[in-house]
Design a protein around this ligand. Structure first.
Ligand SMILES: N[C@@H](CCC(=O)N[C@@H](CS)C(=O)NCC(=O)O)C(=O)O
Length: 191
């Protein structure tokens, strides 16, 4: 099994954490240029990471990769409540990725513009709920949802996308889990 991704992507990291105890090859791509982008395009027309190659069967998208792997790893399907938690995490991740890309494209994402305002509002409303859930110890089990949350929060800190002082339970959640398997090796700061 080959996992294609990058060291910095929070979507890739959640799958690396999931596969911490499973033999696989991690292929670290520079998806934005050069021959690695050609590799990406040849395998995945959405031009996004992660993707999984299992004996020539290529699966796109972290959520689908999770659904593909979970039965093989003996993991029960997520509950609807967990699915909603994952949707909250994905909403924040997608909006922050878009804001980062806008910023790298030369836009001031603090401008009072509809697109930026919508992303910032979604990040705030979703993170508020995740903070409450973390305070209620709802991520105490190191399952896929917790792995996705860890990957998001640590990536947000790494990219310095926002201050997380207003989210003490999310910061505490990260501190509590920083010695989990594969956390150190998948640190985006190594990228
Ligand atoms: N829904 C996708 C999102 C993946 C995603 O956005 N990956 C980012 C890296 S963090 C990416 O490949 N971005 C490339 C681009 O936007 O061109 C998933 O869950 O895998």
């Amino acid at each position: 099994m080959k996992l294609y991704g990058s060291q910095t992507s929070p979507y890739v990291r959640r799958i690396r954490l999931l596969l911490a105890a499973t033999a696989h090859e991690f292929i670290n791509l520079n998806i934005f240029a050069g021959p690695d982008r050609e590799t990406l395009a040849a395998l995945n027309p959405t031009l996004r990471i992660p993707m999984l190659d299992d004996n020539g069967r290529v699966i796109f998208d972290s959520g689908v990769i999770y659904r593909y792997l979970a039965p093989q790893l003996g993991i029960a399907p997520l509950s609807w409540y967990q699915e909603n938690q994952l949707t909250l995490i994905n909403a924040v991740s997608d909006s922050l990725v878009m804001l980062l890309q806008c910023s790298r494209s030369g836009f001031d994402t603090n401008d009072d513009k509809l697109f930026f305002n919508l992303q910032r509002e979604r990040v705030a409303t979703s993170l508020y709920v995740l903070e409450q859930q973390a305070a209620n110890a709802e991520f105490a089990n190191w399952d896929y949802v917790a792995m996705a949350l860890y990957s998001l929060v640590d990536w947000t800190l790494f990219r310095e996308l926002m201050q997380l002082d207003d989210y003490p339970a999310l910061l505490a959640f990260c501190a509590e889990n920083k010695t989990r398997p594969m956390i150190a090796d998948s640190d985006p700061r190594l990228g």
